[in-house]
Every structure is written in structure tokens, then in C-alpha cells.
Design a protein around this ligand. Structure first.
Ligand SMILES: NC(=O)c1ccc[n+]([C@@H]2O[C@H](COP(=O)([O-])OP(=O)(O)OC[C@H]3O[C@@H](n4cnc5c(N)ncnc54)[C@H](OP(=O)(O)O)[C@@H]3O)[C@@H](O)[C@H]2O)c1
Length: 299
């Protein structure tokens, strides 16, 4: 039997890349080359146990990106803004993969991009963790690389950590603070991204040259709060916070998230129907929360 063609997966030890690597392995059409800076970490060893080739590589090191992509049919790329908080660096990592993919003649790159909000809004809004990815995505297109861009909606997992409901100061209830007004916000469990990306790799003729917004469903903040109330058995309310008030919160990325919500209010293209076709098992927020109640045992 001929050996399988290889897809190189960057970020394979992380949430998105890990989900993608596992789904490609499960689908059995392609072999996976998983890239990490530390091949001894447990997430890397777990991928090896599942059948992936695990290689050492660093997105800041040209020679190792070259090695990681050599001989590959395709690649999945996610870059991690939150490690450096530097959009120039993130754009540079994307562009290095683009240049290398072009030179080596890869047949299909799936890039986890996002919109260049600064350019799209004429400089009115800046969302650095979107803008750097948007810049890299534009660079990929400009080189004519056979690519699909996936734009992943807000992870449902954020509600277990940074966006966890907080106790209200004036009563026996909890508040959910995200400045979305009454506009629904797209969401998806990052664990469900992998199967959608694997489907894209399995149907290049349909998805090459396209941008796909991955979203399980669109809910208003009050609807997210209603699901949380039901699952947790405690009242959760939309705090109805304004972007201006959100910016001032003592939180790592107040302005960044406030501007992201203002951009989300402009309703970027996220395709719930297509996401369900790409991954028929994609979970609703309600299913996701039912499976993750344990994260709230201290609430
Ligand atoms: N949270 C959300 O709602 C959301 C929604 C859409 C998009 N995103 C985007 O998702 C990205 C983060 O992805 P994630 O959630 O999968 O993060 P994660 O779980 O923290 O994983 C980060 C991955 O990036 C790899 N990595 C970081 N720097 C690297 C480098 N220099 N060279 C090679 N690999 C490197 C890490 O690999 P090693 O450490 O093993 O080398 C790790 O596998 C962010 O850029 C964020 O903007 C997030």
C-alpha cells in the first residue's frame, strides 16, 4: 500500500492544532507530522502514541520551518498571539510559513486566520490578535498559495476561564460581562474545530481559495447566560456592560476584547450551517456546558 501523504500541523500540542492533528489521524486519509518546540512534553508524546510523527520545530526559526514542511502535501497553521502579545511577530511567523509553503510547493495550507480589523475599519478599531493574522492571511493570498483560511469563532472554553460568570455585588446572582449589546456572538468548542478542518483537507476542490468562518451557533450574551443558569442551577444575567466600561476592567486584554466585541457586532461572516456540515458532531453551547459543569464546582 502506498504511504499516506503528510500534513504538517503547527500548534499540535495546543488546543486548536491538537484538535486538528487528532481529527486528521482519526480520518485516516493523511499522515500527521506534529510540530512542537518540545518533543518531550506530554501532549507531544500523546500524539506520538496516536500515530503522529512528532518533530521539533520553531515558527521563529526558518530552518526548522523548512524541515517541518519538507515533503509535506499540506499544512495546518495556527499561531499563538497570546504567547508574545506581539502582532508583528505573529504576522512574521505566518509569512515565514507562507514563503516556505510557496517555495516547497505545498498543495493545501489551512491557515487559522482572522480578519485584519484595522484595515477593514480604516483604522477605527484595532484588535492586534486579529490584525496580525489578517496581515499574514493577506500575504498568503498574495503569493497565490493553495489555501483555505478558517476563522474560528470565540471558543466556548473561554466561558470556563476568562469569561467565567462573576458573583454580582448587589444580590444573589452572577453576571456575564461581554460588551456585545444585543447582537448574537458566534461560538464553538475548540475541540470541534479539528473535525471541520479535517473535512476541509478531505475536499480541497470545494475549499481551496476560500475563507470559512467556523461557528457552532450564535447566541446573545443573555442567551449564553440562560444556558449557564440552567446548567449551573444559579441565576446568571447579562451584565450589559458597555465597551467603554469593559476597557477599564482589571483584565489583561480589556481594550483588545472590547474592540473585538465591537468588531463582532459588525457581524463578520461565520457559517453555522457549513460548520455543521463539516463537523456533524459539533456541540451546541448547552451540550458543551453540560459536559463541563465540573469547571464551575467552586462557583
Ligand atoms: N480563545 C479563542 O476564543 C480563540 C478564537 C479564535 C482564535 N484564537 C487564536 O488561537 C490562537 C491560540 O491557539 P490555541 O488556543 O491552540 O493555543 P494553545 O493551546 O496555547 O497552543 C499554542 C500552540 O502554539 C505553539 N507555538 C507557540 N509558539 C510557537 C513557536 N514559536 N513555534 C512553534 N510552535 C509554537 C505551541 O507549541 P509548543 O509550545 O509545543 O512549541 C502550542 O502548540 C491564538 O492566536 C488566538 O488568537 C483563539
Amino acid at each position: 500500500m502506498a504511504s499516506k501523504e503528510v500534513i504538517t500541523v503547527f500548534g499540535a500540542t495546543g488546543a486548536q492544532g491538537g484538535s486538528v492533528a487528532r481529527a486528521i489521524l482519526e480520518s485516516k486519509k493523511f499522515a500527521v507530522r506534529a510540530v512542537t518546540r518540545d518533543v518531550t512534553k506530554s501532549d507531544a508524546l500523546a500524539l506520538r502514541d496516536l500515530g503522529a510523527e512528532v518533530v521539533k520545530g520553531d515558527l521563529d526559526d526558518k530552518a526548522s520551518v523548512d524541515d517541518a514542511l519538507k515533503g509535506a502535501y499540506g499544512a495546518f497553521l495556527v499561531t499563538n498571539f497570546w504567547e508574545t502579545l506581539n502582532k508583528e511577530k505573529e504576522a512574521q511567523q505566518g509569512k515565514l510559513v507562507a514563503d516556505t509553503a510557496k517555495r516547497l510547493g505545498l498543495k493545501h495550507v489551512v491557515y487559522s486566520g482572522l480578519e485584519n480589523v484595522k484595515r477593514l475599519t480604516g483604522g477605527k478599531l484595532e484588535v492586534p490578535h486579529f490584525d496580525g493574522k489578517g496581515e499574514a492571511e493577506e500575504y498568503f493570498w498574495s503569493l497565490g498559495i493553495p489555501m483555505t483560511s478558517v476563522r474560528v469563532a470565540a471558543y466556548f472554553e473561554n466561558f470556563l476561564t476568562a469569561w467565567k460568570p462573576e458573583k454580582a455585588s448587589d444580590g444573589d446572582y452572577y453576571i456575564l460581562a461581554l460588551p456585545m449589546g444585543d447582537v448574537p456572538m458566534d461560538g464553538i468548542s475548540v475541540a470541534d474545530v479539528g473535525a471541520a478542518v479535517s473535512s476541509i483537507f478531505n475536499s480541497p476542490e470545494e475549499f481551496l481559495g476560500k475563507a470559512v468562518g467556523l461557528s457552532a451557533e450564535k447566541l446573545t450574551i443573555q442567551q449564553y447566560a440562560d444556558v449557564l443558569s440552567k446548567v449551573l442551577g444559579k441565576e446568571v444575567r447579562d451584565a450589559k456592560i458597555t465597551p467603554e466600561a469593559y476597557e477599564k476592567l482589571e483584565y489583561l486584554a480589556g481594550k483588545e476584547v472590547a474592540n473585538m466585541c465591537l468588531f463582532y457586532q459588525m457581524k463578520p461572516d461565520q457559517d453555522v450551517k457549513l460548520t455543521h456540515r463539516l463537523n456533524p458532531k459539533v456541540k451546541s453551547f448547552s451540550q458543551f456546558m453540560s459536559e463541563n459543569q465540573g469547571a464551575f464546582k467552586d462557583l
